[in-house]
Design a protein around this ligand. Structure first.
Ligand SMILES: [Zn+2]
Length: 475
């Protein structure tokens, strides 16, 4: 390996190479000033003209500075004549130099470097690329990262247009799509979850100066996202012959099931961890299990509370994983049942509204027994009313331990699942629900994973993972 021959920046300074490097940087700057001079309007430019001219040329300056530093600090690697084959250790002689052009956020960097090929192993290497940790392809990791950041927030076409305008680097929406796909491939809940240390830190901030442990809410819910079946692949609207075939697939709404952990800090919500995917109940249960097994949730430092609607599968997972958590039936789902009864029994009348208000108040006071008794004594005015009353009775009876709203309120527990619903909105709907956009399950899950990472504050960690995987694959 050529490690001993790389001159680090420290050594450069130590050997007074820095003085030489500065001179070279000054020379590049002077060359750039010549270009600037030629590009500026000749008489009294406006501030806008000055800005526009420099903006258009900025990457030529910063790119040339990056290039000069690379050339100077890796001078010996570029001049290298021999190297042992990394596999068989045979001494190889340099071929080339071979030119390569890479693009970073600061601009284009041209590389001239020797190539070493081993006839025996039939493999070739560019030692300089390894030392510089150059990514495969022209666009380097910083560009890819910025592109993924943007594509996670806005549609690919918009992302590509904005990216080109703001960074000066043209990227097609297809490339945006490819980068996103590569970065988000096979992400799991643990890849996008904050570390235990980070979660403990957020809990500590909310707990500071308080007597009681903070309430950590776990909300679980589903949201419908627009999907298209795998069988629709390869037939994009606008492609030749696609119109006749388009009707072969029908779009559908699939349920993205998700959960969110968040802390209650007075009126404020402190986000901890979200995970949403188009997935089966069982997969959601497994993801929760992974979070639990990884020890991410400091259960001893919080009062854990689960808020959900009445869906049985949700409570099943909660009971198995967090048996000591306080279970709260979502107040709004609950009131939906009451509204159905009132509408069927009393129609669109004042009496209907009064009945709902009175019943909610009783539930709020913890008098679920009274409410159940009242439902039993009700004389149904129609078959529809009978059905609504029965449904409501079963629902409240099944969850009677989860409706002690008065007690929950005094404990500072939440009564509604607003936290998970807002998570549904900004994880699932904001990016996925767009007119005419129908997602394959795999790509919608990738986008959901990235959006969760963004809001969990772990997008950087996801990029590092991607980088490590690429490196492991190329070795
Ligand atoms: Zn070899």
């Amino acid at each position: 390996m050529g490690c001993a021959e790389i001159i680090s920046l420290d050594e450069v300074r130590a050997r007074k190479h820095w003085t030489t490097l500065r001179q070279r940087l000054h020379e590049r700057f002077a060359q750039w000033l010549d270009r600037l001079e030629a590009a500026l309007p000749e008489v009294e430019p406006t501030l806008g003209q000055v800005s526009e001219t420099i903006w258009a040329l900025r990457q030529q300056l910063t790119g040339s500075l990056a290039e000069t530093i690379v050339h100077h600090t890796h001078h010996e690697e570029q001049q290298r004549q021999h190297r042992p084959c990394p596999t068989c250790a045979r001494l190889l002689t340099a071929r080339g130099p071979v030119h390569r052009c890479v693009e970073t956020l600061v601009g284009v960097v041209e590389l001239e470097r020797p190539y070493f090929y081993c006839q025996g192993c039939r493999t070739g290497t560019y030692p300089l690329d390894e030392v510089l940790d150059v990514s495969a392809g022209r666009l380097q990791l910083d560009v890819q990262q910025a592109a993924v950041d943007l594509a996670t927030e806005v549609p690919y076409e918009t992302a590509a247009r904005l990216f080109g305008r703001l960074s000066g680097i043209p990227i097609s929406s297809e490339r945006m799509h490819t980068f996103t796909h590569q970065v988000a491939k096979e992400l799991t809940v643990l890849d996008v979850a904050p570390s235990r240390e980070e979660i403990v830190r957020r809990v500590g901030q909310v707990a500071a100066g308080r007597f009681r442990r903070p309430v950590l809410v776990l909300g679980i819910d589903g949201a419908y996202v627009p999907s298209r079946p795998e069988s629709a692949r390869g037939r994009r609207p606008g492609q030749a012959h696609s119109r006749a075939r388009r009707a072969r697939w029908r779009h559908e709404w699939r349920e993205a099931k998700g959960f969110r952990f968040y802390l209650l800090d007075g009126e404020r919500i402190v986000h901890v961890l979200s995970w949403h995917q188009v997935q089966k109940e069982q997969e959601l249960g497994e993801a929760l299990q992974q979070v639990k097994d990884a020890g991410l949730i400091p259960e001893e430092a919080v009062r854990l509370c689960v808020v959900c609607d009445g869906a049985e599968w949700i409570w099943k997972h909660v009971q198995a994983l967090f048996p000591n958590a306080c279970q709260v039936l979502d107040y709004y789902h609950c009131s939906e049942y009451l509204h159905k009864v009132a509408k069927a029994q009393y129609g669109q009348t004042c009496q209907a509204l009064e009945w709902v208000e009175a019943t909610l108040t009783r539930l709020y006071m913890g008098k679920v027994g009274t409410v159940l008794g009242g439902l039993r004594r009700m004389q149904p005015t129609s078959a529809e009313a009978l059905k609504a009353i029965d449904n409501c009775w079963v629902y409240l009876n099944d969850h009677r331990g989860r409706t002690h709203s008065g007690k929950f309120r005094r404990g500072g527990y939440p009564l509604g699942s607003g936290g998970i619903e807002s998570s549904n909105t900004f994880m699932c709907h904001v990016r996925l629900k767009r007119s005419g956009a129908w997602w394959y399950e795999a790509t919608s899950n990738q986008m959901l994973a990235l959006r969760c990472a963004m809001y969990n504050g772990t997008l950087d960690q996801v990029i590092v993972r991607y980088q490590q995987r690429r490196r492991a694959m190329s070795e």
